[in-house]
Ligand binder design. Structure first.
Ligand SMILES: *[C@@H]1O[C@H](CO)[C@@H](O)[C@H](O)[C@H]1NC(C)=O
Ligand SMILES: *[C@@H]1O[C@H](CO)[C@@H](O)[C@H](O)[C@H]1NC(C)=O
Ligand SMILES: *[C@@H]1O[C@H](CO)[C@@H](O)[C@H](O)[C@H]1NC(C)=O
Length: 702
């Protein structure tokens, strides 16, 4: 019905005596108003229904109930329901009420309505259970959902596809994926909703690869037509694990099914490209939308894309460009822009954004306020951080932690402890990051006992399991005060394997206190863990030198040369049988070096037969006769040779590289993928290169 028609109908309502209206006619009016969502009309019809005493007709009552909710006045629905006669409250209207409550972020109220309904002797049906399961999921407490599941089984509603899907969704949201999968597998019938429940559930619980597998199954078996929820979930999963190739296939399907016009889907696709490092692909999509079609999310995704691409100025610019098109930036827009200006340490830009935030009424938003605190601190203005903090009305742990971290960055350890104690006194629960700041501050201010007490309280009082950062802070705390043996013992007792940060803190202390003996041991461990960190070599070498052992000092320096430790030495690594093998340029350290270089020769023959011409401009060796040779000792080629030797036949070769891969290696990888029918995946510092059948996913543009 058009607006014009509706106006006529409403006029009709007024011109006739109310007694003339039949219930069906009133229902017709209710349906019309549900489309226009005009509260005024809803109220008019309501009063007619009351005066005609038709209110006791369940279908009119129920439609009116949902009408108020559709007009965004759930409180009026509640009022109507609570004042109605018991007889009118059928299972349909109870279900409407429960559904309404579970949708309006009041899950506990929905559960209590469900109990009232059962007390009133009304039996739930499958619609009721779908609605109440949403409420159970909303509470995030597994217990509610489990109880409901028992009831559903008892009453035999498990087989209904909507109830089953709601069960899967509930278990996933309560983070019990084991049961979610069990329920999913046991469903006698599955539709798009059930598949989306399990796929979204995987995404929610970080099971990204699983989400991709499920989606692939759907496509391969043509189980149903995925909708925009399915597509955008699977694109998020691809983005989160950098599965670019998969994301591209999804792109292809979207084009084929003509779904790329949906902005929801397009934004997810853009996000996927950005997160996988294909900035240009994402920007191309963004530009293809056209100014009119871009919603706030599209702009936010674009701006975030610039952040991933480390183009922070451009990220800030997008905020202003979006504003000029007449859109109102939201929380995410401001947070991204603030994050970018913090990165640039651009105080002017940050202040401009702050002014805009005040103008648009977002200054009370705690998430934005926290970003402001961090921005000002990173731009060097701690005073401004404090000022923002003081103006926040509802301080939460994120705001507190932002200020505590700000003080920590500015070296104000005493203030960190003061703030932390105030925060605890205010009854707030600290988080993982809060403790990193606090323990670090204890170290810098020599608070040894307090540091221990705080550390011990983490798990016991606050239920936070200490991580590497916390252990490193404790080692630093002990080390700074000269308690090297205690620090060493502390590491020995760690329940997790100490990483380089933890050992690094101890090496620093050894250097400070001139403990060469322990320094040698610790440095040895660090050379294994991070052979390319020049700092460790320098520290140990200096320690030798200070003790007058110049020969050893030089040896360590030379070791650094042998390991080719420079500021950013190129290296590639590959996992074989759960072990990571690292290769540097010209690497000859591996036990199978001879075989590796044999394999390199074979590969060289093969690709030359395919027409490979060495691209000498990528050679580091500047002597012409050695140029071609030296190209063959790039770390990714050595890793490839080792992969071909050590991996099972046909298994994909996955190589990671800390720098950008060079054009010559790129060509060789493409040819090898074709000649040996082998999938090769190289993740360099920017993106994934997926080589298959002589082609690369980057289309030779990176
Ligand atoms: C040690 O582990 C922490 C937490 O996982 C991480 O943030 C840090 O970067 C690691 N340190 C090194 C040197 O890898
Ligand atoms: C690798 O590790 C996984 C789990 O950590 C284990 O199941 C598997 O057997 C290991 N493979 C090898 C070859 O050691
Ligand atoms: C070039 O390679 C040759 C042979 O491997 C080597 O002797 C020479 O030192 C290298 N030059 C540079 C600058 O790396």
């Amino acid at each position: 019905m058009t607006d014009e028609n509706e106006k006529n109908t409403m006029a009709h309502l007024h011109s006739h005596g109310s007694h003339r209206h039949k219930p069906t006619h009133l229902n017709h009016l209710l349906n019309a108003t549900a489309r226009t969502k005009r509260l005024k009309h809803a109220a008019q019809i309501h009063s007619h229904i009351i005066t005609t005493a038709f209110i006791s007709l369940p279908f009119l009552f129920n439609n009116l109930l949902t009408l108020y909710a559709k007009c965004r006045r759930p409180s009026l629905s509640l009022l109507l329901f609570s004042t109605a006669h018991q007889v009118t409250k059928t299972v349909v209207s109870w279900t409407s009420l429960i559904s309404l409550l579970s949708h309006s972020a009041t899950p506990f109220q929905a559960l209590s309505s469900f109990n009232q309904m059962r007390t009133a002797g009304v039996y739930p049906n499958h619609f009721t259970f779908s609605a109440v399961l949403r409420a159970c999921a909303g509470t995030s407490l597994l217990l509610h959902g489990q109880q409901m599941h028992c009831l559903i089984s008892k009453l035999g509603y498990e087989g209904y596809v909507f109830v089953g899907s709601a069960l899967v969704d509930m278990y996933a949201k309560c983070h019990d994926m084991g049961t979610a999968e069990k329920v999913f597998v046991g469903l006698p019938e599955r539709n798009v909703v059930s598949w989306n429940s399990i796929i979204v559930g995987c995404l929610l619980n970080g099971l990204h690869v699983k989400a991709l597998f499920l989606f692939r199954e759907v496509i391969r078996e043509v189980l149903f037509r995925p909708n925009q929820v399915s597509f955008s979930s699977v694109l998020s999963a691809s983005a989160n694990i950098g599965a670019l190739e998969f994301g591209k296939q999804v792109h292809g399907i979207l084009v084929k099914q003509g779904l790329l016009t949906l902005s929801y889907v397009k934004n997810s696709l853009m996000d996927m490209y950005f997160k996988c490092g294909l900035f240009d692909e994402g920007a191309l999509l963004f530009n293809s939308i056209g100014i009119e079609g871009r919603d706030v999310i599209a702009w936010n995704v674009m701006s975030m894309g610039c952040v991933y691409n480390e183009n922070f100025e451009e990220a800030c610019n997008y905020l202003w460009i979006m504003k000029r098109t007449g859109l109102s930036p939201d929380e995410a827009s401001y947070s991204t822009a603030l994050h970018a200006s913090a990165h640039l340490a651009a105080l002017d830009q940050g202040t401009l954004i702050h002014n805009q935030i005040i103008k648009s009424g977002f200054s009370k938003n705690t998430c934005i306020a926290s970003s402001l605190i961090t921005m000002y601190a990173k731009c060097g203005s701690l005073d401004d951080s404090c000022r923002v903090f003081e103006e926040i009305e509802n301080l939460n742990v994120v705001c507190w932690t932002a200020l505590i971290a700000a003080c920590q960055q500015h070296g104000n350890g005493n203030h960190v402890i003061e703030l932390f104690e105030k925060m605890l006194a205010d009854g707030l629960k600290p988080n993982y990051i809060t403790f990193v700041c606090v323990l670090s501050a204890c170290g810098h201010t020599g608070r040894i006992e307090e540091g221990h007490a705080y550390f011990n309280s983490m798990e016991k009082v606050h239920g936070i399991i200490p991580g590497h950062e916390h252990y490193a802070c404790m080692v630093d705390l002990l080390g700074r005060s000269g308690q090297l043996d205690e620090a060493r013992k502390f590491i020995a007792q760690m329940p997790i394997k100490p990483n380089a940060s933890v050992w690094g803190a101890l090496l620093g202390a050894c250097a400070n206190y001139g403990n060469l003996e322990m320094g040698i041991e610790v440095a040895g461990r660090l050379f294994e863990l991070e052979p390319n960190n020049p700092g460790n070599y320098v520290l140990l070498s200096n320690m030798y030198a200070q003790k007058g052992k110049l020969k050893e000092a030089n040896q360590v320096r030379r070791l650094m040369g042998v390991n080719r430790v420079r500021k950013e030495p190129g290296c590639s690594w590959i996992d074989v049988k759960n072990k990571t093998f690292v290769f540097t340029v010209h690497d000859k350290s591996h036990a199978r070096t001879d075989e590796i270089y044999e394999m390199l020769k074979i590969v060289k023959e093969l690709v030359k037969n395919k027409g490979y011409v060495p691209q000498k401009r990528f050679a580091i060796n500047n002597t012409e006769e050695f140029k071609e040779e030296s190209l063959w000792y790039h770390s990714e080629k050595i890793a490839l040779a080792f992969g071909l030797l050590a991996l099972p036949a046909g298994a994909p070769v996955r190589i990671k590289k800390n720098l950008r891969t060079c054009g010559d290696c790129h060509t060789v990888m493409k040819l090898v993928s074709e000649i040996l029918k082998r999938e090769i995946i190289v993740r360099d510092v920017n993106r994934f290169h997926h080589f298959r059948n002589g082609l690369c996913s980057c289309r030779d543009y990176w």
